[in-house]
Design a protein around this ligand. Structure first.
Ligand code: AP5
Ligand code: ZN
Length: 217
């Protein structure tokens, strides 16, 4: 099964795709995580992406499409994948469609996490992740069970994202409205779009997702 998660910054795409990855044995592909790894390694791709990401802007389609194409060709993706953060523009959605068709594959379901904008900035400003295993937490809605200790791996080290500052979040939301929201009708026309109430507590969101996937086994 190949799944796409769509939704604005902070909607819970990363949180929910991690859960599905474990439950369904699918591979999560986060283009944001891939780009952050490129920036951290100081690669040429990272150098091109860094300033744009810090400004809350999307990176160029050609760069991200080439990166995604290489990633889904890898062996671990053959049993199914979850796209978290891709596609982000109509050009990316159309290119993905062509790429998969050429390989005899397709997207089975598109899950749109619908969250009101007022909620998003608070979610993002409260977000932190485990520096060791990448588990995502939130100061208010999803703290670790034991303060300062990662539930998943026991690490005491946490980090915050450079683009989670309020002024950058405003730009990320603008980019979402202008470039990403317009791809919802593309998937609606294909009959693949399921709208999920992303404002429920995380477990409630997971339950809605599982109901949607039940209709698309
Ligand atoms: P990316 O890393 O993809 O960021 P994003 O889309 O802005 O999404 P986020 O990771 O901020 O949010 P999320 O929906 O995953 O929420 P999360 O689960 O963490 O992209 C970063 C940048 O990379 C882009 O700006 C762009 O520059 C570039 N980029 C990436 N892909 C690209 C592409 N395809 N094309 C061009 N450029 C690209 O949850 C957020 C917080 O809320 C957490 O604290 C979490 O614990 C909490 N939370 C989650 N669910 C709930 C809930 N139900 N109730 C309460 N709290 C919750
Ligand atoms: Zn951890």
């Amino acid at each position: 099964m190949n799944i796409i998660f769509l939704g604005p910054p902070g909607a819970g795409k990363g949180t929910q795709s991690k859960l599905l990855e474990e439950r369904y044995g699918l591979v999560q592909i986060s283009t944001g995580d891939m780009l952050r790894a490129e920036v951290a390694s100081g690669s040429a791709i990272g150098a091109e992406a860094k300033a744009l990401m810090h400004a809350g802007k999307l990176v160029p389609d050609a760069l991200i499409i080439a990166m995604l194409k290489d990633r889904i060709a890898q062996k671990d993706c053959q049993n199914g994948f979850i796209l978290d953060g891709f596609p982000r523009t109509l050009a990316q959605a159309e290119e993905l469609d062509q790429m998969l068709k050429a390989d005899g594959k397709r997207i089975d379901v598109v899950l749109f996490l619908n969250v009101d904008e007022e909620i998003l900035a608070d979610r993002i400003s409260g977000r932190f992740t485990c520096a060791n295993c990448g588990r995502t937490y939130n100061e208010v809605s999803n703290p670790p069970k034991q303060a300062g200790v990662c539930d998943a791996c026991g690490s005491h080290e946490f980090k915050r994202r450079a683009d989670d500052k309020r002024e950058t979040v405003v730009e990320r939301l603008k980019e979402y409205r202008k470039l990403t929201a317009p791809i919802l009708p593309f998937y609606e026309k294909l009959g693949l779009l399921h709208t999920i109430n992303g404002m429920l507590p995380a477990e409630g969101v997971t339950a809605e997702i599982e109901a949607a996937l039940g209709e698309n086994p």
